[in-house]
Write a protein that binds this ligand. Structure first.
Ligand SMILES: Cc1cc2nc3c(=O)[nH]c(=O)nc-3n(C[C@H](O)[C@H](O)[C@H](O)COP(=O)(O)OP(=O)(O)OC[C@H]3O[C@@H](n4cnc5c(N)ncnc54)[C@H](O)[C@@H]3O)c2cc1C
Length: 343
């Protein structure tokens, strides 16, 4: 028999940020990972405070970035693994109109905090209208992040590499198999849509593909035109990801692969080969806010979901919101409560 403060179901950014938050407060966790590649593990790892279609930003973007940086320093302290890649993001302009809009927004609040006024000509890529730098942006090395988390949780016997089955949960006794818990948090990404304790969870899967490519001449930059391109190790590059709200099949969609190869050709004039294709389902919500809070029937069962397309930017922030609620009873703001659509 084992006793933990919090049992966490899931192994993506939501589950990992919450476990770090709880560890920092001296609490114990048991985290269940079914070892499938969810959205977090295929993500680009971009920490980007700007919507790069319309050049708008989000509430609290800067404090969210600061929170994430402090959590990643804590992870470095615990694991010895540095997961931050200090490479700023550059947006390649499609046309002169976009460049003008960028320059306009760069001089006005709130975008002046995030858009550089300097227009740059990037080497190695086609950018006849120039490119703009997103200030405060950086990248998380996703593979290193999950490696570090496995080191931290594994060395504390807090990682259970198995599927969590609802059939083996004794809800009334707060016990799963032989593990007794004070709280249970479901952080299952798009799989949360089928969770019996949170019926009608407003999760809409949004499928995203990315490519692992080898470029004839490497590009040592983090750039975005339609999608993100940046170097990985061993001469590979990441290019992605697509968005598709309708496709639900657990297999590669050739249409998305075609979209990506065409997108890359738009600004990379040399040859490249596609070495690998990955995909995942973003857990998105209509109003682009997360879903947090307790079950109506079991008050010590919680959900942490709905991180959408920006699990890195908002995940660490909302992990703290949930952890404060679990540990001190601090209220979860209405905009983030999972039942808000029922009010
Ligand atoms: C192609 C692509 C690129 C992206 N790029 C970025 C980016 O650059 N920056 C950014 O911030 N966001 C990005 N995102 C979005 C980001 O990935 C999501 O916001 C984030 O992954 C959501 O995290 P999550 O933990 O809620 O879900 P997930 O990552 O899906 O994690 C949930 C996990 O729980 C596991 N699980 C579910 N049920 C069980 C069970 N019963 N037992 C055990 N395990 C279970 C699943 O296997 C899954 O691995 C991208 C997404 C995609 C698809």
């Amino acid at each position: 028999m084992k006793k933990v403060d919090t049992l966490i179901v899931g192994d993506g950014f939501a589950a990992m940020f919450l476990s770090l938050e709880l560890l920092a407060k001296g609490k114990t966790v048991a985290l269940y990972s079914e070892q499938r590649k969810g959205a977090s593990r295929v993500s680009a790892g971009m920490v980007n405070p700007v919507v790069l279609k319309k050049f708008t930003t989000f509430d609290n973007a800067l404090p969210q970035i600061e929170k994430l940086r402090s959590v990643l320093s804590y992870l470095l302290e615990l694991s010895g693994v540095d997961t931050i890649v200090e490479q700023p993001l550059h947006r390649i302009f499609h046309d002169a109109r976009e460049k003008t809009l960028w320059l306009e927004k760069a001089t006005q609040e709130p975008l002046s905090t995030f858009l550089s006024e300097e227009i740059i000509q990037l080497p190695g890529v086609l950018n006849p209208h120039g490119s703009g730098k997103v200030l405060h942006s950086f990248r998380v090395d996703v593979e290193a992040f999950f490696f570090a988390m496995e080191v931290v949780l594994g060395s504390r016997d807090m990682l259970f590499c198995e599927h969590f089955s609802y059939d083996e949960l004794h809800a009334d006794q707060s016990c799963y198999k032989d593990v007794y818990f004070t709280n249970l948090v479901f952080a299952q990404g798009h799989h949360g849509a089928l969770n019996p304790f949170f019926p009608n969870l407003h999760i809409h899967p949004n499928k995203g593909h990315h490519l692992k490519v080898r470029l004839d001449s490497p590009v040592d930059l983090l750039v975005k035109k339609k999608h993100f391109l940046f170097p990985l190790s061993e001469g590979y590059h990441y290019y992605g990801g697509t968005y598709d709200r309708t496709e639900r099949m657990e297999k590669i969609d050739e249409k998305a692969v075609g979209q990506l190869t065409e997108g890359l050709k738009e600004f990379y004039a040399q040859d490249f080969s596609v070495e690998e294709v990955g995909f995942g389902f973003r857990p998105t919500v209509r109003d682009r806010r997360p879903l947090l809070g307790a079950s109506k029937e079991y008050p010590n069962f919680y959900v942490f979901n709905g991180l959408g397309a920006r699990g890195l930017l908002n995940g660490a922030w909302y992990a703290q919101v949930l952890s404060d609620h679990l540990l001190t009873g601090k209220e979860i703001p209405l905009h983030a409560r999972w039942e808000r659509f029922d009010f």
